[in-house]
Design a protein around this ligand. Structure first.
Ligand SMILES: *Cc1c(COP(=O)(O)O)cnc(C)c1O
Length: 485
């Protein structure tokens, strides 16, 4: 049934608020507005009482799937529960109303929060310095590559090439190319990991950096990371980690200890900011000591009297990468999240993320192709090749899951798995909800065998069926249409 629009509700004369009577004659008030811009007819507003109005918007709010409504295993995107207490803290007036133009002496609390968050993220990564400016993961990558370039330039040669594995997130080569580097893609080996021989062939004195995701987008840990770092560093190149999915490593492995020189994190994935629909997010960049001089300005520094201030005097800095200081509300949430978990709690986050993913994999793996066998880290990637032979594609199964009240996994990524389904249950799901999702996925596998046509026509229960997703994203029509009068 089509949703009613707001004008189809209520009845003439009904309203949600009682405004006090005008305290000036309405003709006088009208006369103050220039004639050409004055309304001749009253605006056509919906005439609806408050309860009906609230119900209308609550109904609309649950038409879309979201993590507070149901399971959301969108691999790599980490759609996990975000503790509401973070929202309360980010809304504290001292934070929410702080103006970026305030002088540092009036913003000591906010500066301290940022300085402590920088230090905590550096500790988590096993590196030395953090910038909180980048507004997203891809922006962190861009910042990182600018830092890489500045570092090599300071040694007399910016170098030419960036190496990325074929399983990398598309933002990696895109960021490298924005900074003016050529991209060299290397194939993964039969286990889905970096092919060391291919890496050896690609590496030379013109390699600026190797961008690696660990665990990679197949959800697999790069076991030979120590060898990789030796090979990369032997050529004077740097080793970058795409740490968007840090919830597999928190408190267990520090990227810096395994030889990474710089890492970006996605606070809106791992560190508990609600995300989707384009932001806001934060993609801090964490770097080794030797890269710190190149980080964006301003940096937070402590003055002799112990107070904090902004320091712009960094001659080697790449400059600013964001207006003001970053997406501050996201930083408050990350700070609250880390402090409320504590060191042990963060390790438990990763342990639970890995356990949930492996449990789910064990429940479903017999019914799907699994090109790169587990154990996995925080996510795993199935292939729908078996079902495709029955005429059911991964897209069909993803749509069918919506009928069962679940969000679909990430599909058709990473590109090296055909008919890919990239599944990340996250640490915040209970055993029961993981099992419920497994049942739903197995039902879809049954249906793909018994009734492929039905799966192919899914979804059957959502307000809209299959959309032109590219057009919906690129040319959204969100205009409020009201009936003709
Ligand atoms: C999400 C993600 C990114 C990009 O992060 P954005 O905040 O969307 O720009 C990069 N790499 C990986 C592995 C990711 O999962």
């Amino acid at each position: 049934m089509a949703e009613k629009i707001i004008y189809e509700l209520g009845s003439p004369g009904r309203q949600s608020v009682d405004l006090p009577p005008l305290d000036v004659p309405s003709e006088d008030a009208g006369a103050m507005i220039p004639a050409g811009t004055r309304r001749v007819k009253p605006p056509m507003l919906p005439e609806i009482d408050e309860l009906e109005l609230i119900r209308h918007f609550v109904r609309l709010s649950v038409l879309n799937h979201h993590v507070e409504k149901g399971f959301y295993p969108l691999g790599s995107c980490t759609m996990k529960a975000n503790p509401p207490v973070n929202e309360v803290l980010a809304a504290l007036p001292g934070f929410a109303l702080a103006h970026p133009w305030w002088p540092a002496r009036l913003a000591q609390g906010s500066l301290r929060l940022m300085a402590e968050l920088e230090a905590m993220l550096a500790e988590i990564c096993g590196l030395s310095a953090t910038t909180l400016q980048p507004a997203a993961g891809a922006h962190g990558e861009l910042t990182g590559l600018m830092v890489v370039r500045a570092y090599h330039e300071s040694h007399g040669n910016p170098r030419k090439r960036v190496i990325v594995p074929d399983s990398a997130h598309g933002t990696n080569p895109a960021s490298a190319s924005l900074v003016g580097y050529e991209i060299v893609e290397i194939k993964s080996d039969g286990d889905g990991l970096v092919d060391l021989a291919a890496l050896e062939r690609a590496l030379d004195e013109d390699t600026a950096v190797f961008m690696l995701t660990n665990p990679n987008t197949l959800g697999l840990f790069e076991r030979r990371i120590c060898q990789i770092q030796q090979m990369v560093h032997a050529k004077g190149a740097l080793l970058y980690m795409d740490g968007a999915n840090m919830n597999a490593l928190l408190g267990i492995v520090r990227p810096g200890d395994t030889g990474f020189d710089l890492v970006h994190l996605n606070l809106h994935k791992t560190f508990s900011t609600p995300h989707g629909g384009g932001g806001p997010g934060a993609g801090p960049l964490v770097v080794a000591e030797k890269l710190a001089p190149f980080l964006p300005v301003p940096r937070i520094v402590q003055a002799e009297d112990g107070s904090l201030r902004w320091d712009y005097d960094r001659p080697q800095s790449i400059g600013k990468v964001m207006t003001w200081w970053g997406n501050f509300g996201v930083l408050v949430r990350a700070y609250a999240y880390i402090r409320s978990r504590g060191a042990r709690g963060l390790a438990q986050v990763s342990e639970a993320a890995i356990l949930n993913a492996n449990y789910l994999l064990a429940l479903v793996q017999d019914r799907f192709d699994l090109p790169y066998p587990g154990p996995c880290m925080h996510e795993f990637v199935l292939s729908g090749d078996r079902q495709k032979k029955r005429g059911v594609r991964t897209l069909d199964m993803a749509k069918r899951l919506l009928d069962k009240g679940m969000h679909a996994p990430t599909i058709y990524f990473p590109l090296i798995v055909s008919e890919a389904m990239m599944i990340e249950p996250t640490e915040t799901e209970s055993r029961e909800s993981v099992e419920e999702f497994a049942r739903a996925l197995l039902e879809v596998a049954d249906e793909a065998e018994e009734n492929p046509e039905f799966v192919h026509a899914a979804p059957h229960s959502t307000p809209v069926g299959r959309l032109d997703e590219t057009r919906a994203a690129r040319q959204p029509d969100l205009a409020f249409k009201r009936p003709k009068t």
